[in-house]
Design a protein around this ligand. Structure first.
Ligand code: LLP
Length: 420
């Protein structure tokens, strides 16, 4: 978590100037808490490194799509990276601009393409030949030309968890490197497509720069070939993926990451092209925590369990990827710590949030699950008919409810029973 945004004051965890204990009291738990300052600082680190360098930031909406979060970025002039027309609607509702938005995703429907074209998105990141045909048809029906970039799969190992690695040949994403030149030629031949760029996204939670440089080298080689074939590649989209510190990872600082990539592109003679970044996790991950309350302590022969009121439906990452999130007390307690598995109330053994954690606890204590701002609330579900958590944004001394806690009745409001 961002140490400047989340810190202890007299043993009590604070989000900026607000006590996390008072937030839990006022808004209940489980509760997602975001820091506007942490969001702003992370965005500035990208924007400052891009300033004067013909490079732009497109916030990956999938990492955290709360309107207040998107609005913080939109106010700072961010572009966005979306993967559905639902995300497009959120960007617009949050004050973002379609013309600064790139539309990614391996399975865009014709309806989504139409919505993107009508809104005037900046570029479609296309991932296959059938998708090129589909987009060409939709653009034709609207009498438009669709700006396209091909997502090329550079076949590099991002050295991250297999579920979030996307740049290998074995992944479903992108056009194979060996087919890319011919695929560009096909795109060029379609009347309602306008080839404008090239993109890749090699994975997520990447903590080294070298896989990016390997991917870039392959992309730039291809750019030369595509331009020899008569197309003009105006921008290079390097995707997202920069990792954050959950535990003891040491990813490059945002500014160093951006500068190294831009310098590399410049050194290879491509400095005149606009570069797009699509960060998600590195903008929002450490700007959020999930507050939860201990319901029961359950000592066991092999394990002690701390059963809390947040569960895998609130934060899926541990269950899904065995992801590590630090878990810290909201109020530090001067007592002997014990080793606990921190688990939720959902009826699955996979419903855990942290394993083997040293904590001094009594029932009723509050815990903060750290680094929960990215792929946290957005991946939450209503499994076990659990209403999804509320979301709060802290701004200095003020806290604002930016998403109400769901009510059980809402969860089955659209359902009905058979008439006979
Ligand atoms: N651009 C594209 C095309 C993407 O697919 C992604 C993420 C991003 C940008 C943003 O990547 P980031 O900077 O956040 O790494 N649910 C997983 C992460 C899935 C990432 C999917 N793509 C997790 O919780 O770790």
């Amino acid at each position: 978590m961002s140490d400047s945004a989340f810190h202890y004051v007299d043993g009590v965890l604070h989000a900026e100037g607000v006590s996390a204990a008072s937030l839990a009291e006022q808004f209940g738990t489980p509760l997602y808490v975001y820091s506007r300052d942490a969001l702003t600082q992370a965005y500035r680190a990208y924007a400052d490194a891009c300033a004067g360098r013909n490079a732009t930031v497109h916030v990956a909406v999938k990492a955290n799509s709360n309107l207040a979060v998107l609005n913080v970025f939109a106010r700072m002039g961010a572009g966005f990276d979306i993967v559905s027309s639902g995300e497009l609607a959120r960007v617009i509702a949050a004050g973002g601009r379609a013309e600064h938005t790139v539309f990614s995703g391996v399975g865009k429907s014709a309806a989504e393409m139409r919505e993107g074209l009508e809104a005037g998105v900046k570029c479609f990141n296309v991932e296959s030949i059938p998708e090129l045909h589909a987009l060409n048809e939709v653009a034709k029906s609207l009498g438009k030309k669709a700006p396209v970039s091909l997502r090329v799969n550079p076949d590099v190992d991002a050295k991250t968890h297999p579920y979030i690695s996307t740049g290998l040949k074995s992944n479903k994403f992108g056009v194979a490197f060996s087919d890319a030149r011919a695929t560009y030629a096909q795109a060029q031949a379609m009347d309602h497509l306008d080839v404008v760029g090239i993109d890749c996204h090699i994975g997520s939670q990447i903590t080294e720069i070298s896989p990016y440089l390997d991917a870039l080298d392959k992309l730039l080689e291809l750019v030369g070939q595509i331009e020899a074939d008569g197309m003009r590649i105006r921008h290079i989209d390097v995707g997202g993926g920069l990792g954050i510190t959950y535990d003891d990872e040491t990813p490059p600082a945002i500014g160093d990451f951006v500068t190294t990539l831009l310098d590399h592109i410049g050194k290879r003679g491509h400095g005149a092209r606009e570069v797009y970044f699509e960060p998600g996790r590195s903008l929002v991950g450490n700007a959020g925590v999930l507050l939860t309350r201990v319901e029961y302590l359950k000592p066991g022969e092999e394990k002690n369990f701390a059963i809390v009121d947040a569960a895998m439906n609130d934060l899926a990452r541990p269950a899904m990827y065995e992801a590590f999130h630090r878990i810290v007390p909201v109020v530090k307690r001067d007592a002997a710590a014990q080793t606990y598995d921190v688990v939720g109330p959902v009826c699955e053994s996979g419903d855990w949030l942290g394993r083997d954690r040293e904590l001094a606890l009594v029932p009723g204590d509050l815990l903060a699950i750290c680094s929960a701002g990215a792929y946290g609330f957005v991946m939450s579900s209503n499994y076990n008919t659990r209403p999804r958590a509320a979301e709060i944004m802290v701004d200095g001394e003020r806290a604002r409810l930016v998403r109400e806690r769901e009510e059980v009745e809402q969860l089955f409001a659209g359902e009905s029973i058979l008439p006979d």
